[in-house]
Write a new protein. Structure first.
Length: 279
């Protein structure tokens, strides 16, 4: 019997590293007009942001169906494996509900479903912890219980480089977007109780760096667990943030990640984020 770690494509873990971790994923979809792509399978992160820049309208996203999960669950049931699915926040998507429906349809008790209440780099970090526990010989039940305990301790903070995609997605008025763009406003966001919420704004990139640095500096970070810096499309912004933190005494051993098409649809290019666990 194997212990399988399953997540979805919004973890944004690189496909090659998914193989290293031995993690399975269920892809969400990103849709440009009549064209539908499986996130991370039919469209790469680079290809997505190129299409996003060329498109006059925002793409939409779509969750996996219960049948998508059921195919995986039935296969693992037949093999006698146990499985932990760590999914995208149920507040942000119906993906987790699809998994729950599929578990009922499958009728297999050795499937454990964990609501991460987060996405992208936060989901990545939870998945890595689960993989380490699996590799250390823990069973699925223990892994799921431990990940559920860690969910309230994960933190994700980001700045958005452009207001354009918040306007196009209907999350900000055109007037507010135009004014904010002229002033160089950078929204600061986090994920709280599973939802994306604003924690203020910054005037320009340096001010955004200052505010993120202050948040990290004030945090009681659990350095025994993985920590991550991540970006959308422009890797340089992530490294500039890291450099700013280093210059201001906030030095950690960060992992690096890149945000994919589903989350990138909403924040656009140029964003940078930090993710970590608190004690």
């Amino acid at each position: 019997m194997k212990t399988i770690i399953l997540t979805d494509s919004t973890c944004d873990i690189d496909n090659d590293y998914l193989k290293v971790l031995n993690v399975e994923t269920v892809p969400l979809k990103v849709i440009f007009g009549d064209e539908s792509y499986l996130d991370g399978i039919d469209i790469s992160k680079k290809e997505f942001f190129a299409k996003l820049a060329a498109s006059s309208a925002n793409p939409t996203t779509s969750q996996p169906s219960p049948e998508d999960f059921l195919a995986i669950f039935n296969r693992r049931k037949q093999n006698g494996d146990e499985l932990v699915y760590i999914g995208l926040s149920s507040v942000l998507s119906g993906t987790l509900q699809s998994a729950r429906i599929a578990k009922e349809m499958c009728g297999y008790d050795s499937i454990y479903i964990v609501d991460s209440l987060i996405t992208t780099a936060g989901l990545d970090l939870l998945t890595r912890v689960a993989c380490q526990m699996r590799d250390d010989g823990e069973n699925a039940k223990i892994i799921a219980e431990e990940i559920e305990k860690l969910v309230p301790k994960i933190r994700l903070y980001a700045y958005v480089d452009t207001l354009k995609y918040l306007v196009r997605g209907g999350r900000l008025s055109k007037t507010a977007g135009a004014i904010g763009g002229a002033l160089g406003i950078k929204p600061l966001i986090t994920v709280a109780d599973g939802a994306v919420v604003s924690i203020g704004t910054a005037r320009g990139q340096k001010n955004a760096f200052e505010k993120l640095c202050s948040i990290v500096n004030d945090a009681d970070i659990d350095t025994t667990k993985p920590m991550m810096l991540t970006f959308t499309e422009n890797e340089e912004n992530m490294h500039m943030l890291e450099m700013y933190m280093n210059e201001n005494g906030v030095k950690y051993d960060w992992l690096y990640g890149e945000v994919g098409s589903v989350i990138g649809t909403h924040v656009g290019p140029g964003a940078a984020a930090v993710a970590y666990f608190v004690k």
